[in-house]
Design a protein around this ligand. Structure first.
Ligand code: DGL
Length: 263
């Protein structure tokens, strides 16, 4: 079982920001990444729809023999991970907006959170947010429209800049000193976000923490692999055109194959 791959899924290409962190920390592991771009954005769907799509992606990864699944999507984690953990016996790692470190480190006692509607309205998000932000002003913003633009590869378009500007500029009036990125697509917009918020605001995303948690769980479950680098294989599946996915993972120089497949 140890040499079986780590499975990861997202509503699209955004979860590759997590996949990249996993590869950095666990270079001797094979991975399978699933981009459900056909059904993106998840953030505008009901909890039941998000659960059904998460079950579909999980079963696809389990059929390919994955030993652990990283839900590389805040929206799927906050809406579906409890269901997945009840239904399947393999370990699941999730990702949630990193509100706790932002709130604990804030000097201005004001933080911004940019996430999807599906995440912001979930019970799990509400629980975490209430737990750590008692004396903190938190500005929650739904990033509606950003995921489809990123899926189209329009990272530097005028439309992307305008949306970010509309969503983030008002946060500065509240004197935020941290912005939590609550969607795995958003790390691809960090340069554009920095242009708007300036260097005073620290941007927090959870990618590295998720990779560390994945490693920790593989250790405690005795599932770590030690595959020699020359035998490593990473496989990525997407159910739309693969060009944008190819471009976004082009910086990762590993043995990888990308397939267009309907799932
Ligand atoms: N990457 C997903 C997340 O982290 C995007 C959700 C969506 O498709 O709206 O929430």
């Amino acid at each position: 079982m140890n040499n079986h791959p780590i499975g990861l899924f997202d509503s699209g290409i955004g979860g590759t920001s997590i996949w990249k962190e996993v590869l950095k920390l666990l270079p001797n592991e094979n991975t399978i990444y699933v981009a459900d771009s056909k059904n993106a954005p998840y953030g505008e769907k009901s909890a039941d729809e998000i659960i059904a799509l998460s079950v579909k992606n999980t079963e696809f990864l389990m059929e390919k023999g994955c030993k652990i699944i990283v839900v590389a999507c805040n929206t799927a984690t906050t809406n579906a991970i409890t269901h997945l953990r009840k239904k399947y016996s393999i370990p699941f790692i999730g990702i949630e907006p990193a509100i706790k470190p932002a709130a604990l480190n804030s000097k201005t006692n004001a933080i911004g959170i940019l996430a999807t509607k599906g995440t912001l309205s979930s019970k799990l998000f509400e629980k975490t947010a209430n737990e750590y932000t008692k004396n903190i002003t938190k500005i929650e913003q739904d990033g509606e429209g950003l995921v489809p633009l990123i899926e189209e590869g329009k990272l530097n378009s005028e439309e992307t800049f305008q949306l970010l500007n509309n969503y983030l500029k008002p946060m500065l009036a509240f004197n935020i000193d941290h912005l939590v990125l609550g969607c795995t697509h958003y790390p691809y917009l960090i340069p554009q976000i920095k242009n708007i918020l300036g260097s005073q605001v620290k941007i927090i995303d959870s990618g590295e923490a998720v990779a560390k948690q994945t490693k920790a769980v593989l250790e405690t479950t005795n599932l770590l692999a030690e595959i020699p680098l020359e035998k490593i294989k990473h496989t990525l599946y997407i159910n739309t055109n693969k060009t944008v996915l190819e471009n976004i993972v082009n910086d990762v120089k590993v043995n990888k194959q990308i397939f267009e497949e309907d799932f």
